[in-house]
Design a protein around this ligand. Structure first.
Ligand code: C5P
Length: 235
């Protein structure tokens, strides 16, 4: 898919348990979606076959493994993912400076994306694990650490996207989950934004899951989101 195609700004989360279901979803949406996200569930179930299924459709693979380990293991794991041609790979900022540096040094043409604070953790949960400053303070600190270690990609709530863009500038690559078309079911997401608003806020890549794969017609749901992205881009 061409970089000017609105679908190149959409990553569909393949939050499914097996390869057959993933392939069906890819087939139904590949004309409108440039990137497919393979997460822990699917990768644990079928491993690199999931990446191959995405590449076989001519799409980009976003491997969402949220790596967090010692520097040598991080470096080697990132190198393996890069050698499989993965376009995007997530790592945890809390892995620390040296692990992030090793990851960054071994990423090749894979774009690393730093995860700062999981949105499932509130202030009390952060306190319990000893991360100071509350969710916002910890996220800002970890984003700066990741930037210093050489990472330029970040997973962020669409609501923090504009502030992060202002702080980091055009060089940052910002990825936003929690996307919901207007009037759609929010599910367990607490802070959502429409595709068009997220693009206007400066998001480079929108992660969308249930609004597409739970739709009666996933092809049309993906096409509708691509149209909203196109409208926002042409504003
Ligand atoms: O179904 P939905 O559109 O909510 O899918 C969201 C996807 O984005 C899931 O794969 C989920 O793991 C991921 N994600 C998220 N919130 C974050 C980080 C990632 O929902 N803060």
């Amino acid at each position: 898919m061409d970089d000017n195609d609105p679908g190149s700004r959409i990553a569909l989360a393949l939050d499914v348990p097996d390869l057959e279901t993933a392939r069906q979803l890819i087939d139904k949406t590949r004309d409108h979606v440039g990137t497919f996200k393979v997460g822990l569930e699917l990768y644990t179930a079928v491993g690199p076959a999931a990446i191959e299924a995405v590449h076989a459709a001519g799409a980009r693979c976003f491997l969402d493994l949220k790596l967090h380990d010692i520097p040598a293991t991080m470096g080697r794991s990132v190198a393996r993912a890069a050698s499989m041609g993965v376009a995007y790979l997530t790592v945890h900022g809390v892995a620390g400076r040296e692990s992030l540096r090793q990851a960054s040094g071994n990423a090749g043409s894979t774009q690393l994306l730093a995860v700062t604070v999981l949105t499932s953790l509130d202030a009390a949960a952060l306190d319990e694990i000893g991360l100071s400053g509350g969710p916002r303070g910890a996220a800002d600190r970890l984003a700066k650490l990741a930037w210093d270690a050489g990472l330029r990609g970040f997973v962020t709530s669409a609501h923090e996207c504009a502030a992060l863009r202002d702080a980091l500038g055009e060089e940052a690559f910002l990825v936003t989950p929690g996307i919901r078309p207007a009037n759609s079911d929010v599910g367990d997401q607490k802070r959502v934004m429409t595709p068009a608003d997220a693009i206007v806020a400066g998001a480079d890549l929108l992660v969308v899951g249930r609004p597409i794969h739970d739709a009666d017609d996933p092809t049309e749901a993906a096409a509708a989101i691509a149209r909203q992205v196109q409208l926002a881009l042409s504003q």
